[in-house]
Design a protein around this ligand. Structure first.
Ligand SMILES: CC(=O)N[C@H]1[C@@H](OP(=O)(O)O)O[C@H](CO)[C@@H](O)[C@@H]1O
Ligand SMILES: [Mg+2]
Length: 547
């Protein structure tokens, strides 16, 4: 890249976005995140990266989402969608780190020149690169989106298209559809979900429907707002939406999926009057969901019975397995697999294994799980925190669609095939999606005639505890690829093993967070007291080795 016009364009626009002193960013588990007031230069630079990515991939559309998901309101961040709708390819993360941290416009230009040459990217007025932009409801979103637009269009021949406020999975879905030559607007997303939901409802065999109202906690973010729109198109689902963000509540503050899953307590806006009712919480950008209910014996307390990502995964696995069973030998040959992380509750892993499914483990972060799920005909992946989806391979889908044409309408086999096709359309194939996940849970519960309590009985969670430990340098913790053993600091793993041995069904591990400046401790044991005590002793070890 030695085109003078291009260099001048980047030098000019980057001078509008100077990098704050002492800013040191790392791409992390799910993109860049931090205090919103410090991120203008980062977002602008990632705008440039998105354009280059589009040009590298024959001008396919790239998605750039301005969000900090479950973080506090004053934070913001960026998530990128590759043309497939999945996360940005990990090979580009080091370049993202480099340009986000480049200390001056000249340094930025030289990094870009080097990279463009290495990757063989051709830039020109007519190159036709395209980046689609979305943002969550954070007040800093509009300003940062402007910075992204300027970054995108500072690469010659590239344009940014602003889609305003969206959920993260909506943008990923739209990018995927666009690159497949399909209808790709937000209303197409709603139409696709509505049609497949309707189809699945129509295929429910018995009248044992569970039509009781569902209560949704929208985390005061974008998810509740979008569910309000979708609700207008749906029949067969009665949902009351709370924490919409219009009633004075603050985004993610004592509300939302991350809060409910980590604290296991009721979100604001829910209480005694809701005892026993089926409830669901979304996170701030609606790519995660967890279900919960307030138990009868809560006696005014705030504890909830949590149905986390593991339980959602188990419900999905059960339903899909049931459909495959109706397909006889061909169903048996289908490779249905499950992907979890080290944070999955041990009882859920036992449950899916007992069902006869293959279970593989991936590192924390959906980019890792997604990759492993693609190895199956049908791959179901979920993090315990509620982020996950179901992937159907291209070859399995063409087999399934062919099969649907062969079978006679109304037969058990035909219905099973039609359900699987509808699930593949309902569940977001690009990325975990709270809205589509909710619709699938609701359909399956109606199909089974189950209450939330009945669903919760699939297995009993092993008591667990998560603790965060603040240390001077979290990168001093280095783990094995499955994140279950610490290789560094030397000696800490032996000490952790020594603690684990003291507990029945004890399991514990540590890893540095990729989104917060903490080391995370996870512990499981046969009682809650034991899990708490194991977590605390491991946290003490972390403090003494790293404090
Ligand atoms: C234990 C945990 O919940 N970790 C979360 C959290 O990552 P950390 O790297 O653990 O901070 O945020 C990620 C992005 O949202 C999510 O994918 C992941 O599951
Ligand atoms: Mg999120």
């Amino acid at each position: 890249m030695d085109d003078e016009t291009q260099i001048a364009s980047i030098l000019k626009s980057s001078s509008l976005y100077p990098i704050p002193q002492s800013l040191k960013l790392s791409y992390g588990t799910a993109g860049f995140r931090g205090d919103a007031s410090l991120l203008d230069s980062t977002v602008y630079r990632v705008g440039i990266l998105s354009s280059l990515r589009s040009l590298k991939l024959n001008s396919s559309t790239i998605g750039l989402m301005i969000t900090a998901s479950h973080n506090k309101l004053s934070d913001n961040g960026i998530k990128l969608s590759d043309p497939s709708g999945g996360m940005l390819s990990q090979d580009w993360e080091p370049f993202a780190d480099q340009i986000a941290n480049a200390s001056s416009p000249q340094k930025l230009v030289s990094l870009i020149r080097e990279f463009v040459e290495k990757e063989g990217i051709v830039i020109g007025e007519k190159s036709g690169g395209e980046v689609w932009l979305g943002r969550d409801t954070r007040p800093s979103g509009e300003r940062l989106l402007r910075a992204a637009e300027i970054g995108v269009s500072s690469v010659l021949g590239c344009v940014a298209v602003d889609f305003g406020v969206l959920t993260t999975p909506q943008l990923h879905w739209m990018v995927r559809a666009k690159n497949r030559g399909l209808r790709a607007s937000e209303s197409d997303y709603f139409e696709s979900l509505t049609a497949s939901f309707k189809c699945l409802i129509g295929l429910i065999p018995v009248s044992a429907k569970n039509s009781a109202t569902l209560l949704l906690d929208g985390a005061n973010g974008v998810g509740g707002m979008k569910m309000e729109v979708l609700r207008g198109f749906l029949s067969g689902l009665d949902v009351e939406i709370r924490n919409t963000g219009r009633d004075g509540g603050v985004l993610n503050e004592s509300v939302g999926a991350d809060f409910v899953q980590k604290e296991k307590v009721v979100p604001l806006g829910f209480g005694d009057k809701d005892v026993g009712v089926r409830c669901v919480s979304f996170d701030g950008d609606a790519d995660r969901l967890v279900y919960f209910y307030i138990p009868e014996n809560s006696c005014g307390g705030d504890k909830v019975e949590l149905l986390d990502g593991d339980k959602i995964l188990s419900l999905f696995a059960l339903f899909i397995k049931e459909q495959l069973k109706s397909l006889g030998d061909e169903g048996k040959e289908t490779r249905l697999g499950v992907v979890q992380t080290a944070y999955a509750n041990g009882a859920s892993t036992d449950y899916v294994k007992e069902m006869g499914l293959e279970v593989v483990f991936a590192k924390t972060g959906v980019k890792h799980l997604h990759e492993r799920a693609e190895e199956f005909d049908i791959g179901i992946y979920f993090e315990a925190n509620g982020h996950g989806t179901i992937l159907f391979s291209e070859s399995f889908m063409s087999w399934l669609v062919g099969k649907q044409k062969e079978l006679s309408e109304g037969s058990d086999e035909y219905n099973a095939v039609s359900r699987l096709v509808a699930v593949s359309n309902l569940i977001n194939q690009a990325v975990g999606d709270a809205i589509s996940g909710l619709l699938l849970v609701e359909v399956i519960l109606q199909h089974m005639g189950w209450s939330v309590q009945k669903w919760n009985e699939l297995y009993k969670d092993l008591p667990s505890r998560q603790v965060k430990v603040e240390v001077p340098d979290r990168t001093a913790v280095v783990t094995t690829s499955e994140e279950t053993e610490a290789l560094k600091p030397l000696g800490i793993q032996d000490a952790i093993n020594g603690e684990i041995k003291k507990y029945q069904r004890g399991r514990a591990f540590i890893r540095p967070s990729g989104t917060e400046d903490v080391v995370r401790v996870y512990a499981e044991a046969s009682t809650q007291e034991a899990a708490d005590s194991l977590a605390n002793s491991v946290a003490q070890l972390v403090k003494s080795f790293l404090g």
